[in-house]
Design a protein around this ligand. Structure first.
Ligand SMILES: [Zn+2]
Length: 97
């Protein structure tokens, strides 16, 4: 099979496009539905999540978060808060979760 030159970038446009693609954008951007922070999965260590503002995300990666489909989640802070609220709610109505 001769796959040789099929996908080799020959133009300057192609190679500069390749340079820009060193940051691999996620298919879905996880965004906190409470405070609106974005989980930055690139460059963060697996045991420590990094949550940034859309502006910071744009500055860091050179992409506009608004261009990506968003998935809503909770950041660590809001998740903890939501958990406490839920616990409090169940305490108030006399049930344990
Ligand atoms: Zn949050």
């Amino acid at each position: 099979m001769a796959l040789g030159n099929l996908s080799a970038p020959t133009t300057r446009e192609a190679s500069s496009a390749l340079m820009r693609q060193t940051f691999i954008a996620p298919m879905l951007l996880p965004v906190c539905c409470v405070c609106g922070l974005i989980r930055d999965e690139a460059g963060s260590s697996p045991d420590r999540e990094r949550w940034v503002t859309p502006r910071t995300y744009r500055t860091t990666h050179g992409v506009n978060p608004a261009d990506f489909p968003l998935t809503h989640t909770y950041c660590l802070k809001c998740f903890t808060k939501a958990q406490e609220t839920t616990r409090q709610y169940f305490r108030d109505i006399g049930m344990s979760p």
